[in-house]
Design a protein around this ligand. Structure first.
Ligand code: PXP
Length: 250
Protein backbone atom coordinates (compact mmCIF):
# COMPACT_ATOMS: atom_id res chain seq x y z
CA UNK A 1 0.00 0.00 0.00
CA UNK A 2 1.38 3.41 -1.03
CA UNK A 3 2.00 5.75 1.94
CA UNK A 4 -0.25 8.79 2.22
CA UNK A 5 1.31 12.11 3.25
CA UNK A 6 -0.42 14.97 5.04
CA UNK A 7 0.49 18.49 3.98
CA UNK A 8 -0.75 20.92 6.63
CA UNK A 9 -1.87 24.25 5.21
CA UNK A 10 -1.24 26.99 7.78
CA UNK A 11 -2.85 29.93 5.88
CA UNK A 12 -5.56 30.50 8.44
CA UNK A 13 -3.15 30.89 11.33
CA UNK A 14 -2.02 33.94 9.35
CA UNK A 15 -5.68 34.95 8.86
CA UNK A 16 -6.08 35.16 12.65
CA UNK A 17 -2.78 37.01 13.03
CA UNK A 18 -3.74 39.55 10.38
CA UNK A 19 -7.11 40.21 12.02
CA UNK A 20 -5.18 42.23 14.63
CA UNK A 21 -2.28 43.36 12.50
CA UNK A 22 0.46 42.13 14.84
CA UNK A 23 2.60 39.02 14.72
CA UNK A 24 0.57 36.59 16.84
CA UNK A 25 -0.24 33.77 16.19
CA UNK A 26 2.84 33.03 14.11
CA UNK A 27 2.25 30.62 11.19
CA UNK A 28 5.87 29.42 11.43
CA UNK A 29 5.29 28.34 15.03
CA UNK A 30 2.14 26.53 13.83
CA UNK A 31 4.21 24.78 11.17
CA UNK A 32 6.72 23.63 13.83
CA UNK A 33 3.90 22.25 15.95
CA UNK A 34 2.28 20.54 12.94
CA UNK A 35 5.65 18.97 12.14
CA UNK A 36 6.06 17.64 15.67
CA UNK A 37 2.53 16.19 15.45
CA UNK A 38 3.35 14.22 12.29
CA UNK A 39 2.74 16.55 9.32
CA UNK A 40 4.71 15.37 6.30
CA UNK A 41 4.86 18.77 4.64
CA UNK A 42 3.77 22.39 5.09
CA UNK A 43 1.59 24.15 2.56
CA UNK A 44 0.94 27.88 2.32
CA UNK A 45 -0.87 29.97 -0.28
CA UNK A 46 0.63 33.35 -1.03
CA UNK A 47 -2.31 35.18 -2.56
CA UNK A 48 -1.96 38.21 -4.74
CA UNK A 49 -3.74 40.35 -2.10
CA UNK A 50 -1.62 38.87 0.79
CA UNK A 51 -4.80 38.40 2.80
CA UNK A 52 -3.19 35.73 4.99
CA UNK A 53 0.34 34.48 4.20
CA UNK A 54 2.92 37.18 3.42
CA UNK A 55 6.19 37.02 1.50
CA UNK A 56 8.22 36.97 4.68
CA UNK A 57 6.21 34.03 6.08
CA UNK A 58 7.24 32.05 3.01
CA UNK A 59 10.89 32.98 3.50
CA UNK A 60 10.78 32.00 7.18
CA UNK A 61 8.93 28.74 6.47
CA UNK A 62 11.65 27.77 4.01
CA UNK A 63 14.47 28.81 6.36
CA UNK A 64 13.13 27.44 9.63
CA UNK A 65 11.04 24.34 8.84
CA UNK A 66 12.89 21.26 7.62
CA UNK A 67 9.79 19.68 6.01
CA UNK A 68 9.04 19.99 2.27
CA UNK A 69 7.40 23.37 1.63
CA UNK A 70 4.54 23.46 -0.87
CA UNK A 71 4.04 27.00 -2.18
CA UNK A 72 0.48 27.48 -3.50
CA UNK A 73 0.21 30.35 -5.93
CA UNK A 74 -1.30 31.74 -9.10
CA UNK A 75 0.73 31.57 -12.32
CA UNK A 76 2.00 35.15 -12.30
CA UNK A 77 5.39 36.71 -13.00
CA UNK A 78 5.50 38.09 -9.45
CA UNK A 79 5.06 34.60 -7.94
CA UNK A 80 7.62 33.04 -10.30
CA UNK A 81 10.19 35.59 -9.07
CA UNK A 82 9.47 34.69 -5.45
CA UNK A 83 9.82 30.99 -6.24
CA UNK A 84 13.21 31.72 -7.79
CA UNK A 85 14.25 33.47 -4.61
CA UNK A 86 12.73 31.11 -2.00
CA UNK A 87 13.15 27.76 -3.81
CA UNK A 88 10.38 25.77 -2.13
CA UNK A 89 10.29 22.00 -2.59
CA UNK A 90 7.02 22.19 -4.52
CA UNK A 91 4.59 24.64 -6.10
CA UNK A 92 0.91 24.04 -6.57
CA UNK A 93 -0.53 26.33 -9.23
CA UNK A 94 -4.08 27.42 -8.51
CA UNK A 95 -6.50 29.76 -10.25
CA UNK A 96 -6.96 32.96 -8.30
CA UNK A 97 -9.83 35.37 -8.30
CA UNK A 98 -9.47 38.39 -6.11
CA UNK A 99 -13.09 38.36 -4.94
CA UNK A 100 -13.31 34.69 -4.04
CA UNK A 101 -13.31 33.60 -0.43
CA UNK A 102 -11.17 30.56 -1.24
CA UNK A 103 -9.98 28.72 -4.37
CA UNK A 104 -13.34 27.99 -5.91
CA UNK A 105 -12.55 25.71 -8.80
CA UNK A 106 -9.70 23.93 -10.51
CA UNK A 107 -7.29 25.52 -12.92
CA UNK A 108 -8.47 25.51 -16.55
CA UNK A 109 -5.27 23.90 -17.86
CA UNK A 110 -6.96 22.76 -21.07
CA UNK A 111 -8.17 26.28 -21.88
CA UNK A 112 -4.81 27.95 -21.09
CA UNK A 113 -2.27 25.29 -22.06
CA UNK A 114 -0.16 27.73 -24.12
CA UNK A 115 0.13 30.06 -21.16
CA UNK A 116 0.68 27.39 -18.49
CA UNK A 117 3.23 25.23 -20.37
CA UNK A 118 6.09 27.80 -20.27
CA UNK A 119 5.28 28.63 -16.65
CA UNK A 120 5.54 24.95 -15.69
CA UNK A 121 8.76 24.65 -17.70
CA UNK A 122 10.28 27.60 -15.83
CA UNK A 123 9.51 25.99 -12.44
CA UNK A 124 10.66 22.55 -13.64
CA UNK A 125 13.98 24.15 -14.63
CA UNK A 126 14.36 25.49 -11.09
CA UNK A 127 13.99 21.95 -9.74
CA UNK A 128 10.66 22.72 -8.07
CA UNK A 129 8.08 19.93 -8.13
CA UNK A 130 5.07 21.43 -9.88
CA UNK A 131 1.49 20.40 -9.31
CA UNK A 132 -1.60 21.74 -11.03
CA UNK A 133 -4.79 22.07 -8.99
CA UNK A 134 -7.52 20.65 -11.23
CA UNK A 135 -11.08 19.42 -11.01
CA UNK A 136 -11.46 15.63 -11.34
CA UNK A 137 -11.77 15.94 -15.12
CA UNK A 138 -9.95 13.75 -17.64
CA UNK A 139 -9.36 16.55 -20.15
CA UNK A 140 -7.70 18.77 -17.54
CA UNK A 141 -5.55 15.89 -16.31
CA UNK A 142 -4.45 14.91 -19.81
CA UNK A 143 -3.45 18.51 -20.47
CA UNK A 144 -1.59 18.74 -17.14
CA UNK A 145 0.54 15.83 -18.32
CA UNK A 146 1.01 17.41 -21.75
CA UNK A 147 2.22 20.75 -20.32
CA UNK A 148 4.90 18.92 -18.31
CA UNK A 149 3.59 18.93 -14.72
CA UNK A 150 4.72 15.83 -12.78
CA UNK A 151 1.88 16.13 -10.23
CA UNK A 152 -1.80 17.05 -10.13
CA UNK A 153 -3.84 17.96 -7.08
CA UNK A 154 -7.50 17.02 -7.38
CA UNK A 155 -9.87 19.73 -6.13
CA UNK A 156 -12.18 18.03 -3.63
CA UNK A 157 -14.38 21.10 -3.09
CA UNK A 158 -17.45 19.68 -4.86
CA UNK A 159 -17.16 16.51 -2.76
CA UNK A 160 -16.92 18.67 0.39
CA UNK A 161 -20.06 20.55 -0.63
CA UNK A 162 -21.97 17.34 -1.28
CA UNK A 163 -20.95 16.10 2.20
CA UNK A 164 -21.91 19.42 3.83
CA UNK A 165 -25.33 19.24 2.14
CA UNK A 166 -25.74 15.60 3.30
CA UNK A 167 -26.59 14.47 -0.24
CA UNK A 168 -25.62 10.76 -0.52
CA UNK A 169 -26.31 10.72 -4.28
CA UNK A 170 -23.98 13.65 -4.94
CA UNK A 171 -21.38 12.30 -2.48
CA UNK A 172 -21.14 9.02 -4.40
CA UNK A 173 -21.02 10.84 -7.74
CA UNK A 174 -18.21 13.11 -6.57
CA UNK A 175 -16.28 10.20 -5.04
CA UNK A 176 -16.60 8.29 -8.29
CA UNK A 177 -15.15 11.27 -10.18
CA UNK A 178 -12.26 11.53 -7.70
CA UNK A 179 -11.51 7.77 -7.90
CA UNK A 180 -11.62 7.75 -11.71
CA UNK A 181 -9.51 10.90 -11.98
CA UNK A 182 -6.87 9.51 -9.59
CA UNK A 183 -6.68 6.19 -11.44
CA UNK A 184 -6.45 7.92 -14.82
CA UNK A 185 -3.76 10.37 -13.66
CA UNK A 186 -1.66 7.57 -12.16
CA UNK A 187 -2.07 5.52 -15.35
CA UNK A 188 -0.41 8.29 -17.39
CA UNK A 189 2.43 8.66 -14.88
CA UNK A 190 1.30 11.60 -12.76
CA UNK A 191 1.66 11.75 -8.98
CA UNK A 192 -1.75 12.44 -7.45
CA UNK A 193 -2.58 14.77 -4.56
CA UNK A 194 -5.97 15.98 -3.38
CA UNK A 195 -7.39 18.67 -1.16
CA UNK A 196 -9.92 21.36 -0.33
CA UNK A 197 -12.64 21.18 2.27
CA UNK A 198 -11.43 17.93 3.84
CA UNK A 199 -12.46 17.32 7.46
CA UNK A 200 -12.41 14.52 10.06
CA UNK A 201 -15.86 13.56 8.76
CA UNK A 202 -15.20 13.35 5.04
CA UNK A 203 -11.47 12.56 4.71
CA UNK A 204 -11.55 8.77 4.86
CA UNK A 205 -13.18 7.86 1.52
CA UNK A 206 -10.66 10.16 -0.20
CA UNK A 207 -7.73 8.83 1.84
CA UNK A 208 -8.74 5.30 0.79
CA UNK A 209 -8.19 6.06 -2.92
CA UNK A 210 -4.99 4.07 -3.46
CA UNK A 211 -3.40 6.31 -6.13
CA UNK A 212 -3.49 9.42 -3.92
CA UNK A 213 -0.07 10.13 -2.40
CA UNK A 214 -0.76 13.37 -0.50
CA UNK A 215 -3.65 15.31 1.01
CA UNK A 216 -3.36 19.05 1.67
CA UNK A 217 -5.63 20.18 4.47
CA UNK A 218 -5.88 23.55 6.20
CA UNK A 219 -9.06 25.31 7.19
CA UNK A 220 -10.59 22.46 9.16
CA UNK A 221 -7.36 21.64 11.02
CA UNK A 222 -6.86 25.25 12.11
CA UNK A 223 -10.55 25.60 13.01
CA UNK A 224 -10.49 22.41 15.05
CA UNK A 225 -7.31 23.60 16.77
CA UNK A 226 -9.49 26.13 18.62
CA UNK A 227 -11.14 23.19 20.38
CA UNK A 228 -8.49 20.49 20.62
CA UNK A 229 -5.19 22.22 19.87
CA UNK A 230 -3.28 22.09 16.58
CA UNK A 231 -1.09 19.12 17.47
CA UNK A 232 -4.12 17.02 18.40
CA UNK A 233 -6.05 18.01 15.28
CA UNK A 234 -3.09 17.08 13.06
CA UNK A 235 -2.61 13.76 14.91
CA UNK A 236 -6.28 12.86 14.61
CA UNK A 237 -6.33 13.69 10.88
CA UNK A 238 -3.28 11.50 10.30
CA UNK A 239 -4.82 8.66 12.27
CA UNK A 240 -8.01 8.82 10.19
CA UNK A 241 -5.99 8.92 6.97
CA UNK A 242 -3.82 5.96 7.94
CA UNK A 243 -6.82 3.90 9.08
CA UNK A 244 -8.59 4.52 5.78
CA UNK A 245 -5.45 3.69 3.81
CA UNK A 246 -4.82 0.44 5.66
CA UNK A 247 -8.43 -0.69 5.30
CA UNK A 248 -9.70 0.29 8.74
CA UNK A 249 -13.40 0.91 9.21
CA UNK A 250 -14.94 4.23 8.23
N1 PXP B 1 -5.12 22.52 -1.79
C1 PXP B 1 -5.19 23.68 -2.48
C2 PXP B 1 -4.58 23.73 -3.84
C3 PXP B 1 -5.82 24.81 -1.92
O1 PXP B 1 -5.88 25.96 -2.63
C4 PXP B 1 -6.32 24.73 -0.61
C5 PXP B 1 -6.91 25.96 0.03
O2 PXP B 1 -5.94 26.93 0.16
C6 PXP B 1 -6.20 23.51 0.07
C7 PXP B 1 -5.62 22.41 -0.55
C8 PXP B 1 -6.67 23.35 1.48
O3 PXP B 1 -8.05 23.53 1.56
P1 PXP B 1 -8.73 23.65 2.97
O4 PXP B 1 -8.17 24.88 3.63
O5 PXP B 1 -10.18 23.75 2.66
O6 PXP B 1 -8.37 22.40 3.74
Amino acid sequence: MKPLRLGVNIDHVATIRNARGGDHPDPVRAAELAMSAGADGITAHLREDRRHIRDDDMRRLKAEIPLPLNFEMAATAEMAKLVEEIRPHACCIVPENRNERTTEGGLDVAGQANFIAPFVARLNDLGVRVSLFVDPDKRQIETAKRVGAPVIEIHTGAYHEACAATRPDRISEELKLIREAAAFAASIGLEVHAGHGLTFHNVQPVAAVPEIAELNIGHFLVGEAVFMGLAESVKEMKRLMQDARTGGLY
